[in-house]
Design a protein around this ligand. Structure first.
Ligand code: 5GP
Length: 236
């Protein structure tokens, strides 16, 4: 499958059209951004690591009955994916309080939450991806059917349950993550985008060492080594 024209360039990926109108090529970039792209950097090989990590996670989820946009991996940094209408909602699932949750609600960093908290942000860089609720989703017509809000929450919780067990077996704590969903060409609700250390927080089970993009956000160094460690553990 050949790349044709660049359809979209985001912060972490480029999407190209292909000869199949229902399929795109997703190329994972080495760029790193944080704080709504106010902080920018790059790490050679980061895109390939994220592509491989995300591929493994999407395959795991598919094997557990979660529909995803992934058709196949083409090489170490490119995937062939279904062309989806992406729902402009960032769905965040949190198991442990950290990041923006601690700042917003004053919960002590590292507090284990009583249940997996599902939150929505509007995917809009110009507005700084503001937090929204179910009614905002309906008001802004972000979804095709109002019932899809509950479906999205169920899907997010199901994905969390599968990933919590999987990463625990790899000695990683899944602290929180962000997913994006879309409608595929058949109109089905599917998991899209990526699941990687760019979009998740992973802490080492024994030491709570951060093994994700917080290393870049907080200038902790060894960003690539952390992503390599996550891939190594996933493949072990
Ligand atoms: P927080 O709201 O604490 O900044 O982020 C919660 C979780 O969602 C973290 O795992 C973070 O990586 C992810 N997340 C939130 N917003 C974005 C975003 O715009 N892009 C990506 N890749 N991940 C995000």
């Amino acid at each position: 499958m050949q790349k044709r024209t660049l359809l979209y360039e985001g912060k972490g990926k480029k999407l190209y059209t292909t000869d199949d109108e229902n399929a795109l090529i997703s190329e994972f970039k080495d760029d790193l951004t944080a704080f709504n792209a106010e902080k920018k950097g790059s790490e050679q090989g980061k895109g390939a690591l994220n592509c491989q990590i995300s591929t493994q996670i999407f395959k795991l989820l598919e094997s557990k009955g979660i529909k995803t946009h992934l058709i196949k991996t083409l090489n170490e940094s490119e995937q062939l994916v279904q062309k989806c209408q992406i729902i402009p909602i960032e769905v965040i699932v949190r198991n442990v309080a950290t990041g923006s949750l601690t700042k917003r609600l004053g919960i002590k960093d590292g507090t284990k939450l009583a249940f997996a908290l599902v939150e929505f942000c509007l995917k809009d860089d110009a507005l700084g991806d503001p937090f929204i609720n179910d009614e905002h989703c309906k008001l802004l017509n972000l979804i095709r059917d109002d019932k899809d809000i509950e479906k999205i929450k169920d899907l997010a919780r199901k994905i969390n349950t599968i990933l919590l067990e999987f990463f625990d077996s790899k000695n990683l704590r899944l602290i929180d993550f962000k997913i994006e969903l879309g409608y595929n060409p058949q109109g089905e609700l599917v998991l899209a985008d990526e699941i990687s250390p760019d979009s998740c927080r992973f802490w080492d089970k024994a030491t709570n060492e951060k093994l994700d993009k917080d290393r870049f956000r907080q200038d902790l160094g060894k960003v690539k080594m952390a992503y390599e460690e996550v891939l190594k553990r996933i493949l072990s």
